[in-house]
Design a protein around this ligand. Structure first.
Ligand SMILES: CC(C)(COP(=O)(O)OP(=O)(O)OC[C@H]1O[C@@H](n2cnc3c(N)ncnc32)[C@H](O)[C@@H]1OP(=O)(O)O)[C@@H](O)C(=O)NCCC(=O)NCCS
Length: 167
């Protein structure tokens, strides 16, 4: 398995994973409460995907020439080196290929990027009900607080102070 930067040619596979994961989430909500309480966006459009390709810090996990997982990320506040942070927006792995280390490998690629660019912290929001994403972030050594923000500071750089929590 190879983790590399996201490319234009990945779009249809990214959309496939996004759609499958969205449907999974809708099914989960219906099963849990009999209704959809947190609607999902129907699709990722081309300009959104163009944006993530242009950030040069969004990654694709490829195996046998097929996209198995994706991590969409963007750097924030690059006008000041001191405040550089990497915001992880979305991570998803094809359902048939989970629990094989692909999620962790994608996060490792983001951490390597952060170290290389002296980024102080990685941040992400999480749905605290989403056990798999919480466990993944804990395994990836993120600081997961009882809120909806998780953060990670590469070694050798000062620990990131939390941004505002979103409830
Ligand atoms: C969350 C997700 C990306 C994890 O991807 P993955 O490739 O299966 O993760 P990994 O194989 O790298 O798992 C690493 C660790 O995360 C934790 N983990 C992952 N999935 C888990 C699950 N279903 N239950 C409990 N722990 C889990 C475990 O600690 C695991 O280590 P282990 O397998 O040695 O026990 C994947 O489940 C997914 O795509 N889910 C749907 C989308 C989603 O919820 N995204 C996150 C919010 S945007």
């Amino acid at each position: 398995m190879e983790v590399r930067l996201l490319r234009h040619r990945d779009y249809s596979s990214v959309r496939e994973i996004y759609k499958a994961v969205s449907n999974e989430y809708l099914r989960y909500q219906r099963k849990r409460s009999g209704k959809v309480y947190d609607p999902v966006r129907p699709d990722l459009n081309t300009s959104q995907l163009d944006f993530y390709v242009a950030t040069h810090c969004s990654f694709a996990a490829i195996e046998n020439e097929k996209l198995r997982g994706v991590l969409l990320a963007q750097p924030l506040r690059w006008f000041s080196d001191w405040d550089k942070v990497l915001w992880l927006e979305y991570i998803a792995v094809h359902a048939a290929h989970r629990r094989r280390g692909i999620g962790l490998a994608l996060i490792s690629a983001a951490k390597d990027f952060a170290r290389k660019h002296r980024i102080k912290g990685l941040f992400t929001t999480l749905n605290i009900d989403n056990e798999e994403s919480k466990s993944l972030l804990l395994k990836a050594e993120f600081d997961v607080k009882d809120s909806r923000i998780a953060s990670y500071s590469p070694e050798s750089l000062p620990r990131a102070s939390p941004l505002a929590s979103v409830y």
